[in-house]
Design a protein around this ligand. Structure first.
Ligand SMILES: [Zn+2]
Length: 270
């Protein structure tokens, strides 16, 4: 599943090719994504200049001035630039052709992704209730500690809650908790302020490293340049059940929390 680092890597890869260019044509081959692709996509966007591409959580926001196109990659989506003359494959559902000849192509085999339009994206129901961005200044130790005070859920589930902070997926949550020395099952209200500070720093470090590596979790992710973009992070605990902890040698344990696998070192994480 594309996580925040893959979405950010996609954004950074597309931006220099598309920003400032005007959209000539949108070709929707299959409108049946998670929600129907708007019928008037072409009518409302063609002729407009793409001012910027930003990101909120795992949503890409294509800013066309008065209208913003929201794209979510769902479970299996990818956005890349098609090579000149490259025919669409079975799961290539939408193309956007720009005036510099760039053809942006959405591939989404499982069709859990979304392409939507909004005149006021900050108030869009999918975005309005999202928590802060993990790499922005407003996600800090004071904020996380305040969020944890009233919550009895496990800390891992709290940091994966998009209303608390966006974009901390399962792999990144497990890895960040290892780096912060916090066991994933610890009740959030029992996490101290210094531990929250360590956790914020760890989340930032893990996500920044993943973005630098080009994203780590989407198997068929293809970078905007057309090169394979699947880079597995060198994980410390995730996917390492039964193997020795890289820090202390204790055997890494796997448990299930909220139907998701969690991995931790029983010695390093308390
Ligand atoms: Zn350890």
């Amino acid at each position: 599943m594309p996580e925040l680092p893959e979405v950010e890597t996609t954004r950074l890869g597309l931006l220099p090719h598309l920003r400032g260019h005007s959209l000539i044509e949108v070709k929707v081959r299959n409108p049946r994504l998670r929600w129907p692709v708007p019928d008037d996509l072409q009518a409302r966007l063609a002729g407009r200049t793409l001012v910027d591409v930003t990101r909120r959580g795992k949503y890409l926001l294509f800013d066309f001035g008065p209208i913003t196109q929201l794209v979510h990659l769902g479970m299996s989506g990818s956005l890349r630039l098609a090579a000149p003359g490259e025919p669409p494959a079975t799961h290539d559902h939408i193309d956007w052709l720009f005036d510099d000849g760039c053809r942006l192509r959405l591939r989404d085999p499982r069709r859990f992704g979304a392409v939507l339009l909004s005149d006021a994206p900050a108030e869009h129901p999918l975005l309005a209730h999202l928590g802060p961005e993990p790499l922005e200044a407003d996600f800090d130790a004071d904020y996380l500690y305040a969020q944890c005070r009233s919550r009895h859920a496990a800390i891992k589930q709290v940091i994966m809650d998009a209303s608390v902070v966006v974009g901390v997926g399962n792999i990144y949550a497990s890895e960040s908790l290892f780096h912060a020395g916090i066991r994933p099952t610890r009740a959030a209200h029992r996490v101290s302020r210094p531990a929250c500070a360590r956790l914020v720093a760890a989340i930032r470090r893990v996500l920044t490293a993943a973005i630098a590596a080009g994203g780590s979790s989407l198997r068929d992710y293809v970078a905007s340049s057309g090169e394979p973009g699947y880079f597995q992070l060198q994980t410390r605990v995730y996917g390492r059940a039964g193997l020795p902890c890289r820090a202390c040698g204790t055997v890494i344990r796997r448990i299930v929390q909220g139907q998701r696998a969690s991995f931790f070192c029983p010695a390093c994480q308390r």
